[in-house]
Design a protein around this ligand. Structure first.
Ligand code: MV4
Length: 457
């Protein structure tokens, strides 16, 4: 097992990884920017090294500075968390070449899954259902129009290097397709230095279901069932849950099987997520694969009782998974709310600043993953997450009622938060029935905008 790990991240995920390391008897080295000197991960780690200024391009994204810190600190491994360098194949390759274990999949797998059209092809070869569309990138607008004729409108244009909803365009006819084709390419070139786009049939108001998988270095791949992440606004998830209320036993069997086969096909190691769209008729389609630990991993941890971060570390250290698929069961229902320093009454405008008062919920069935404390100043430089509140119970109803209770206890003053919105969602009849899609939030905000309660801190 590793003696010391560098955590190449900040915020609550850095704290989460440090907690796993401490329980495993592994020493931790935090890295931090000048904006994060007072951050909790710096306090909790055994050692900490400043790697540069606030702007992440010069600190958390600077590969040479992180490798230097790793050399100075003499660590065995680097955990990248999510965001920043977590899905940077070049960084994983540099770690491999420097003999520092990258806690994640091989760089070649990160690279392959980073190309969304190659990933889709891999899924198709593994026998998973994929959305009808172009096989690979589309060269020009004539080909785009020809293809759209074949598959039928509406279609969606996606950047090959995209993911997470960036650089997508929906087209309902030839004119908007030609226009969208060009803007999508221009956007993709600017955002990813890769203009390539592909096209597929647009599925209207799908549900977003993702399967958590883990693979060890001996080729064993297991799934930890699914998360439902349809409650999101502009691709920022607000509420996640596991299991999904949309799956019956048969659908669950099929979608988890498809996910495992995809991961096996690419000889996936470490923790990963296979994203699917589920349409209103119960058809599911592979979307993309995330080759990192995800923000919402705690809902799976609480539903199945497995510590995914510890598994990542054990797998990277070469240990085999010590259990079989039949040993993994959905034990409870879990829900997560991401609490952001944003003002939902003001178009979710970021609300950084000093947390003047902080009381975080607890009691039965409540977990809070956070790096925040009273007196902490949320810098404007990074994402605006304050905390993740995870509640769990014997069934979905119990988890929802517990979330309502937990959110009612959560007292944060000094910044605006998304808590009032999430409290309202927990009372929404459609949400409580489990009847929702990716269209939920737009619909919900359209109805409730005026009566948003006191988001004032
Ligand atoms: C789609 C789609 C409908 N049809 N693809 C958005 C993020 C990226 N991972 C894929 N996304 C979508 N791809 C087809 N063929 C709708 C979305 C989508 C979406 C997906 C998951 C969760 C929320 C979403 C919100 C808008 C659009």
């Amino acid at each position: 097992m590793f003696e010391k790990i560098l955590i190449a991240n900040r915020g609550e995920i850095a704290v989460r990884i440090i907690r796993a390391c401490r329980e495993m008897g592994i020493k931790t080295l935090a890295v931090f920017s000048e904006a994060d000197a007072t951050s909790m991960h710096v306090q909790l780690a055994d050692e900490a090294i400043c790697i540069g200024p606030a702007v992440s391009a010069n600190s958390y994204l600077k590969i040479d500075r992180i490798i230097s810190a790793a050399e100075v600190g003499d660590v065995d491994a680097i955990h990248p968390g999510f965001g920043f360098l977590a899905e940077n194949a070049h960084f994983a390759e540099v770690c491999e070449n420097c003999n520092i274990k990258f806690i994640g999949p091989r760089s070649s797998v990160i690279k392959m899954m980073g190309d969304k059209s190659v990933a889709k092809e891999a899924a198709r070869k593994a026998g998973a259902p994929v959305v009808p569309g172009s096989d690979g990138p589309v060269a020009n607008e004539q080909d785009a129009v020809k293809l759209a004729k074949k598959i039928g409108y509406p279609v969606i244009i996606k950047a090959v290097a995209g993911g997470g909803g960036r650089g997508m365009r929906i087209a309902h006819n030839d004119v908007s397709l030609v226009k969208g084709f060009h803007t999508a390419r221009t956007e993709a070139e600017r955002a990813f230095s890769n203009a390539a786009v592909y096209i597929e049939k647009y599925i209207e108001l799908p549900r977003h279901i993702e399967v958590q998988i883990i693979g060890d270095q001996r080729g064993k791949v297991l799934h930890l069932f699914e998360r439902e992440c349809s409650i999101q606004r502009r691709h920022q998830k607000l509420v996640e849950e596991s299991p999904s209320p949309a799956l019956d036993e048969s659908l669950r069997k099929h979608i988890t099987k498809a996910a495992v086969r995809i991961a096996e096909k690419v000889e996936y190691t470490n923790a990963g997520t296979i994203e699917f769209l589920l349409d209103a008729k119960g058809n599911f389609y592979f979307m993309e694969m995330n080759t990192r630990i995800q923000v919402e991993h705690p809902v799976t941890e609480e539903a199945v009782g497995i510590d995914i971060v510890k598994e990542q570390i054990r797998i990277a250290a070469g240990e085999p998974l010590p259990y079989e698929q039949r040993d993994i069961r959905i034990m409870r229902h879990a829900i997560e709310c991401r609490i952001n320093a944003e003002d939902p009454a003001n178009d979710f405008r970021p609300s950084p600043g000093k947390i003047e008062f902080y009381y975080c919920p607890g009691g039965p069935g409540v977990r809070v993953d956070s790096h925040c404390y009273a007196g902490y100043t949320i810098p404007p430089t990074y994402d605006s997450m304050i905390a993740k509140v995870i509640t769990y119970g014997t069934d979905r109803r119990a988890a929802i009622d517990r979330m309502s209770r937990a959110l009612s206890e959560f007292a944060i003053q000094g910044v605006k938060t998304t808590i009032p919105l999430q409290r309202a969602i927990m009372q929404d009849p459609d949400f409580r029935r489990g009847r929702y899609s990716t269209g939920f939030i737009d619909h919900f905000l359209g109805l409730k905008q005026i009566e948003m309660p006191d988001s004032a801190a």
